[in-house]
Write a protein that binds this ligand. Structure first.
Ligand SMILES: [Zn+2]
Ligand SMILES: [Zn+2]
Length: 273
C-alpha cells in the first residue's frame, strides 16, 4: 500500500480562522463544501488553488451565522460562482438584509433545519443550534465513510446539544476564542468584554479545554482550536491551557491524535480526517 492510499479520503482545510475572517473546506479530495466565507473571494480561490482545488470542486457553501467575519466574501464569491448557500432560515434573512450580503441572489438560498440531515457530495451533514448572538447560529457535523467532523465555532456556552455533537466526532474544530486573563486585563470596553464572555458570545480557552479533557479518547484524530482572538489570545496560551487541563484530568493524548490551533490568516493544507 502506498502512502496516499493510507490517507483518509475525507479532508478538511482552513483558509482563515478568527474574528478577522473564517473559511473552511470540508470534503473528499475533489469535491466538498465551504463552511463560511468570511474572507475575500480572491483569498478563497487562492486558498483552494494551494490545495489543487478550484471553485468547480465546491458544491455548496454552508454558513454558520450572519456575522461579517463569516460572510464578508459571500456576495462576490457567489456572483462569480453561483453555487447553493445553506444556512438557518434566520441567517438567510440576515444575509438578505445585511449590508455586505443583501445583493446575493436569493435563488441560491437553501434553508437548513437544525437536526434534519442532508447530503452533499455523498457527505452526510447535520446542523445543530448554538448559543451565539448571530442570526440563526449553527454548528455542523459531517459524516463520510465512518469519519466524522464537528465544527463548533462562535459559541457563548457549551450546552448539551453542542456537547453531544462534539463528543461523538473523531475530528473536532472547536472555538478557543479568548484567554480569560487577557480579556479581563485588555483594553476592550466593559460592554464588549461582557458580550464576549457572556452566554451568547464566545468560548474561552478554559471552557473548551475543560470540555475536551473530559471527553478525550484515543480514537480522536484531530483537535483543532479555532476562532482565536487577535487581541485576547495567543496560539501558545490556547495550547498551554488545553495541556494543563489534560494534565489535571490525567489525560495523555495518543500519538495519533493531532492537536493544533488553526492559524488566523494562513491556510492549513489538507488535514486528513
Ligand atoms: Zn466569528
Ligand atoms: Zn459570530
Amino acid at each position: 500500500m502506498d502512502l496516499f492510499s493510507c490517507l483518509s479520503p475525507f479532508v478538511f482545510c482552513s483558509f482563515a480562522s478568527g474574528s478577522s475572517g473564517n473559511c473552511y473546506f470540508v470534503g473528499k479530495q475533489d469535491e466538498g463544501v465551504l463552511v463560511d466565507v468570511g474572507i475575500s473571494a480572491l483569498q478563497v480561490t487562492t486558498g483552494l488553488r494551494k490545495n489543487d482545488l478550484g471553485m468547480n470542486n465546491v458544491k455548496a457553501i454552508l454558513v454558520t451565522h450572519d456575522h461579517i467575519d463569516h460572510v464578508k466574501g459571500l456576495e462576490i464569491l457567489t456572483k462569480q460562482h453561483p453555487i447553493p448557500i445553506f444556512a438557518h432560515a434566520d441567517c438567510l434573512q440576515g444575509l438578505a438584509e445585511g449590508k455586505a450580503t443583501k445583493a446575493i441572489d436569493n435563488g441560491l438560498f437553501h434553508e437548513v433545519e437544525p437536526g434534519v440531515p442532508f447530503s452533499i457530495a455523498d457527505i452526510r451533514i447535520e446542523s445543530f443550534p448554538v448559543m451565539h448572538d448571530g442570526r440563526g447560529a449553527m454548528g455542523y457535523r459531517f459524516d463520510f465513510e465512518g469519519h466524522t467532523l464537528t465544527i463548533a465555532t462562535d459559541i457563548g456556552m457549551l450546552d448539551n446539544v453542542v456537547k453531544e455533537q462534539i463528543r461523538h466526532a473523531d475530528n473536532i474544530v472547536i472555538e478557543a476564542n479568548y484567554d480569560v486573563e487577557m480579556l479581563e486585563k485588555g483594553s476592550y470596553p466593559y460592554h464588549l468584554k461582557q458580550r464576549i464572555s457572556g452566554p451568547f458570545g464566545h468560548l474561552s480557552n478554559i471552557e473548551s479545554a475543560r470540555f475536551l479533557a473530559e471527553i478525550y479518547h484515543p480514537g480522536i484524530k484531530n483537535i483543532m482550536l479555532c476562532h482565536l482572538s487577535e487581541n485576547n489570545n495567543t496560539p501558545e496560551r490556547a495550547m498551554q491551557c488545553l495541556y494543563e487541563q489534560f494534565r489535571k484530568h490525567h489525560v495523555r493524548p495518543d500519538v495519533n491524535t493531532s492537536i493544533f490551533p488553526l492559524p488566523r490568516h494562513k491556510g492549513t493544507g489538507f488535514v486528513y480526517l
